[in-house]
Design a protein around this ligand. Structure first.
Ligand code: SF4
Length: 120
């Protein structure tokens, strides 16, 4: 994301509507980016991170549901790299070989940085 925010086409647009994916089901959303390129289901309505979140792929929601999604009650820091993003170490690890063991790399780096093993 550019420092001055997302391009207009990917700006967060709030508004409730139902996405109909035919036989695959429906997704009720409260906001979207890029003409439903990424969406925010009703679960996201009160999430403190919505302004900084990319949103969810509607196909992901249809395939996997929302059981793994947890809204943030508060979101300290300043955009675009709010504190939660800075603290998420796996996002800063680069893969330099096709078969690199990224889980091991993240675990090793996390242990060196924090003394604990990060979740990945
Ligand atoms: S962080 Fe999770 S709950 Fe919050 S807006 Fe993004 S997808 Fe929704």
């Amino acid at each position: 994301m550019p420092v001055d925010g997302p391009r207009d086409i990917y700006a967060l647009v709030r508004g409730e509507r139902r996405l109909d994916a035919g036989k695959d089901g429906v997704v009720d959303i409260v906001a979207e980016r890029g003409d439903a390129f990424k969406v925010f289901p009703a679960l996201c309505r009160d999430c403190a991170a919505m302004d900084y979140c990319d949103g969810l792929d509607p196909k992901y929601v249809l395939l996997h549901g929302l059981s793994g999604i947890t809204p943030f009650a508060e979101m300290p820091g300043s955009p675009p790299l709010i504190n939660a993003r800075r603290a998420y170490l796996p996002a800063f690890v680069l893969k330099r070989a096709p078969l690199a063991d990224m889980r091991a790399a993240i675990a090793g780096l996390s242990k060196r940085v924090t003394g604990r093993v990060a979740r990945s």
